[in-house]
Design a protein around this ligand. Structure first.
Ligand SMILES: CC(=O)N[C@H]1[C@@H](OP(=O)(O)OP(=O)(O)OC[C@H]2O[C@@H](n3ccc(=O)[nH]c3=O)[C@H](O)[C@@H]2O)O[C@H](CO)[C@@H](O)[C@@H]1O[C@H](C)C(=O)N[C@@H](C)C(=O)N[C@H](CCC(=O)O)C(=O)O
Ligand SMILES: Nc1ncnc2c1ncn2[C@@H]1O[C@H](COP(=O)(O)OP(=O)(O)OP(=O)(O)O)[C@@H](O)[C@H]1O
Ligand SMILES: N[C@H](CCC[C@H](N)C(=O)O)C(=O)O
Ligand SMILES: [Mg+2]
Length: 490
């Protein structure tokens, strides 16, 4: 694309060159990935400053540079007040504003985002749409999958992915929108048709100043939802009425609000709920009618996830019979309350609970169905919110008969120091052990379990690695648990 045309997306900038003579082959924000003819955008990040890599970008063939301050370079430079914002705007322009041509649902909230995207995928597949999903586990376009670094990609990758989805005939997209992405402007310029809020509880207090600051970040998704009214293209905010944050989020948008809930009167509700160890049933009440739901998804938290997805589906004109058929078919989401069955007489469940609220929810569910003792194996991530560590340990002890505290991606922290943060406030006589090595922790629990017990292995879910320092080692809770069961059963 011609650089002058591309830059017309930005009203005010300073430059030292004529831009209409320059053709840009691609936009890049990483100097190491620059190819001849690219436009390099300098982002001042949390670790390093992209402005320090201009020489490398030019050596690799950068044709022009966008920076936040006057810089020395052998190629034309363009100075803008905020490169992160400019990046989103030019990415939207470069890929021809693809999200305006795609029905797009964004999901934010502390817990349940991944689960809701997968429930929606099932519903829209049942509705014969070609779907794409962007989130924590992977990016999925139809049946093709792509690995991801972040739950919500940066603006460049995101706009490029939307374009690819359009080219592949996708006509429904569901994506997780993390609070980090909202603060960093990764989703600026995304034309969401529906924004869903799942819930708010403590997490990421390493990144956000406090819970109010975290909520303000979440509210940006609703504040950014469609700025004009259009009767052909209505926008909806789908909000959990049972969560205290609902008041602020509802007032953050000028668009239609659809509420869902169980406790407070809402437009989409679950009535006559029965929660079983093999599944869940409830009467789904919506503005377009009622229908009985039967699902293999387990736990009250999954009733909320199903309500969020059903409300969004109703806003997308999906008939209730289609929602019913799809919810009946979902067997579960990778690494979310996933049973490990190697023929043993006790249950092993792998789950991605890594926040106080999710651990509380999942343990409450396990406790309700356990015939015998409950074991929990849990740790807390390194280089992440330290204040959640003692709270998660307390929650583990509140429900479990036997807790084993262990490592979960210690990253650059000392694993023992993370475990000390978890256990320092606990009384000595409580039923817990500290086993730093996660594999050993799983083997110990499996070796001690008796018939009818349940072992919950929390925190890593679908992850297939353990990150120690900056290295990711192969590690899969499900594989390790299977191995331990096989040794025990020999
Ligand atoms: C704290 C944080 O959010 N960091 C994100 C941020 O990285 P950063 O600011 O550290 O980047 P940086 O390394 O300082 O680099 C700054 C700039 O210099 C460039 N650079 C860098 C090196 C070089 O040699 N040349 C060069 O040009 C980089 O490409 C970049 O443009 O921008 C990167 C690109 O968008 C993200 O991948 C990265 O996410 C990291 C990997 C991360 O762990 N983020 C987590 C906290 C996160 O975002 N999590 C949420 C989910 C949370 C949840 O809900 O559970 C998510 O959406 O993933
Ligand atoms: N609606 C919910 N409310 C509370 N806890 C939930 C809910 N849904 C799922 N959980 C719990 O949270 C864990 C993570 O769920 P999920 O991956 O769907 O959330 P997420 O919001 O995508 O998380 P992340 O921010 O890490 O991407 C699950 O394994 C389960 O224990
Ligand atoms: N998106 C979350 C995932 C946490 C998963 C848990 N296993 C951990 O490493 O803390 C994060 O990066 O904070
Ligand atoms: Mg997720």
């Amino acid at each position: 694309m011609n650089l002058a045309e591309l830059i017309s997306a930005l009203p005010f900038y300073e430059t030292n060159a004529r831009l209409d003579q320059i053709e840009i082959s691609n936009i890049v924000m990483d100097s190491r990935a620059v190819k001849p003819g690219n436009l390099f955008v300098c982002i001042n990040g949390y670790t390093v400053d992209g402005h320090d890599f201009i020489v490398q970008a030019v050596q690799n063939g950068a044709q022009a540079i966008i920076a936040e301050r006057p810089v020395e370079a052998e190629v034309p430079t363009i100075v803008v007040p905020d490169t992160q914002r400019a990046l989103s705007m030019i990415a939207v322009k470069f890929y021809h504003n693809p999200s305006t041509k795609l029905p797009l649902i964004g999901i934010t909230g502390t817990n349940g985002k991944t689960t809701v995207t997968y429930i929606l995928e099932k519903i829209f597949n049942e509705f014969k749409r070609k779907t794409a999903v962007i989130g924590t586990i992977q990016m999925k376009i139809g049946s093709e999958t792509y690995p991801v670094t972040n739950t919500t990609p940066d603006a460049l990758l995101l706009q490029q992915s939307f374009k690819k989805m359009l080219d592949k005939g996708v006509n429904q997209v569901m994506m997780e929108v993390s609070s980090h992405a909202l603060v960093q402007g990764r989703v600026y310029g995304c034309d969401y048709d529906i924004a869903i809020f799942t819930n708010l509880s403590q997490d990421h207090l390493d990144f956000h100043k406090d819970l109010d600051d975290y909520l303000r970040a979440k509210s940006l998704l609703f504040a950014q939802l469609g700025n004009t009214y259009s009767e052909e293209n209505q926008k909806y905010a789908v909000i959990n009425q049972d969560d205290d944050a609902s008041t602020l989020l509802k007032s953050s948008t000028a668009q239609h609000v659809i509420t869902y809930g169980v406790k407070h009167a809402s437009q989409v509700m679950a009535n006559n709920i029965t929660l079983g160890s093999g599944g869940t049933t409830f009467q789904l009440q919506t503005p377009i009618g009622e229908i009985m739901i039967q699902s293999k998804l387990i736990g009250m938290f999954n009733v909320y996830n199903m309500l969020a997805a059903s409300a969004a589906a109703v806003c997308s004109n999906v008939p209730l019979s289609v929602i019913q058929a799809a919810l009946a078919k979902i067997s579960g989401v990778d690494g979310r309350f996933e049973p490990v069955d190697a023929g043993q007489s006790f249950a092993v469940i792998v789950d991605y609970a890594h926040t106080p609220d999710s651990l509380d929810n999942v343990l409450q569910t396990v406790k309700e169905f356990a015939e015998n003792n409950v074991f929990v194996i849990v740790g807390c991530g390194g280089d992440r919110d330290r204040s959640k560590r003692p709270i998660m340990a307390e929650i583990a002890l509140k429900y479990a008969d036997q807790a084993i505290f262990t490592s979960d991606n210690p990253r650059t922290e000392n694993p023992q120091a993370i475990l000390d943060d978890m256990t320092n406030g606990l009384h000595q006589d409580e039923n817990y052990q500290v086993i730093v090595d996660r594999k050993e922790a799983i083997h110990v629990a499996v070796s001690q379990a008796k018939a009818g017990d349940v072992i919950l292995i929390a925190g890593k879910g679908h992850e297939t690695y353990q990150q120690v320092g900056n290295t990711k080692y192969d590690f899969d809770d499900r594989e390790v648990a299977k191995e331990a069961i096989q040794i025990k059963e020999k």
